[in-house]
Design a protein around this ligand. Structure first.
Ligand SMILES: [Zn+2]
Length: 312
């Protein structure tokens, strides 16, 4: 009886957890100016080109001066007054409950890491950062997205539901990561590579910021050219509405992207477990493709793909 009273008394209150997180210092010595690759000082000013970066409403903005339109437009997806944003803000659990990719990250992915400094790229609601931080509370966790609105209106309310929150929310361009070489033990990218104008550049950046022995995991999908029609409607809706990029990448193109990058093509795998596929088409295809060799499956059917890369 007495023991349980003592343990309850010793439990941190949620406000003290938040305070502890807030107190962690931004590791400016790890930052690298996205405009000139120079060092950034304690006041977030670049020592090389004098760009002044800023933190607004809990989001550090380390975006480069130039950003392609498809990246800038990502900021429209989580803009303040949109219905779906209001829904996420009013009931943030709706953006995570029952989502197969949340369950998959918790059940299969987070334990593939060994802890250490974590960077999530294109995280949108950034639940993966919150799960990682809750599993590895000693790690410094950077949740990022190209859209400051996604971080402010999506990630901050969503991550607040978890026992631990990411240490920092950083708006950054994944093709021009504002961190110095070998800064991270763990990097994660959930269904974001197909939104990028230049995935090869992003993979090279990931390879650069990973420490030796660090691990990169990416989850995405592959759609053979003869199945593009099936996904085109949903993809075009988002493209037309926001002006963002929604690429449908075939497996042979995935292999070509990796072969041009610093991440070896052997890191790419077919992933077919139906239970964790967001799109019913993939889970149906998953049931079929599990019965045939994956070299055929990936050529003829839409399949999930996964990159697991360990930097030597
Ligand atoms: Zn600079």
């Amino acid at each position: 009886m007495g023991l349980s009273v003592v343990s309850v008394a010793n439990l941190p209150t949620s406000s003290s957890v938040k305070e502890k997180t807030r107190m962690r210092q931004l590791e400016v010595e790890l930052l690298r100016c996205p405009n000139c690759a120079g060092r950034i000082d304690d006041s977030l000013c670049c020592i090389g080109c004098k760009t002044q970066f800023a933190c607004e409403s809990g989001v550090y903005n380390l975006l480069p001066g130039y950003l392609e339109d498809v990246k800038k437009n990502e900021n429209l997806v989580f803009e303040g007054e949109l219905d779906e944003v209001m829904r996420v803000q009013a009931r943030p659990w709706r953006s995570i409950i029952n989502r197969p990719e949340v369950l998959r990250f918790d059940n299969e992915i987070v334990d593939l890491y060994r802890g250490g400094r974590f960077l999530e790229l294109g995280g949108e609601t950034c639940f993966a950062s919150a799960i990682y931080k809750s599993v590895y509370p000693d790690a410094t966790v950077y949740a990022s997205d190209v859209s400051p609105n996604s971080l402010r209106n999506g990630a901050i309310p969503t991550c607040g539901l978890f026992p631990e929150q990411p240490d920092f929310y950083i708006a950054l361009d994944a093709e021009n990561i504002p961190f110095r070489d070998r800064a991270f033990q763990s990097v994660f990218a959930l269904t974001m590579i197909h939104h990028l104008p230049n995935p090869v550049k992003m993979l090279n950046e990931v390879q650069r910021v990973l420490t030796s022995g660090g691990r990169f995991i990416a989850i995405d999908a592959s759609v053979p050219n003869h199945f593009v029609w099936l996904f085109a409607k949903t993809a075009h809706e988002r493209v037309d509405r926001y002006g963002i990029q929604e690429d449908l990448i075939s497996y042979s193109r995935w292999m070509s992207i990796l072969s041009q990058s610093a991440i070896p093509v052997q890191s790419l795998k077919v992933y077919t477990k139906g239970v964790y596929q967001q799109n019913p088409m993939y889970s149906m295809a998953g049931r079929i493709v599990n019965k045939i060799p994956s070299v055929l499956a990936r050529q003829f059917f839409p399949v999930g793909v996964m990159i697991v890369y360990d930097k030597p």
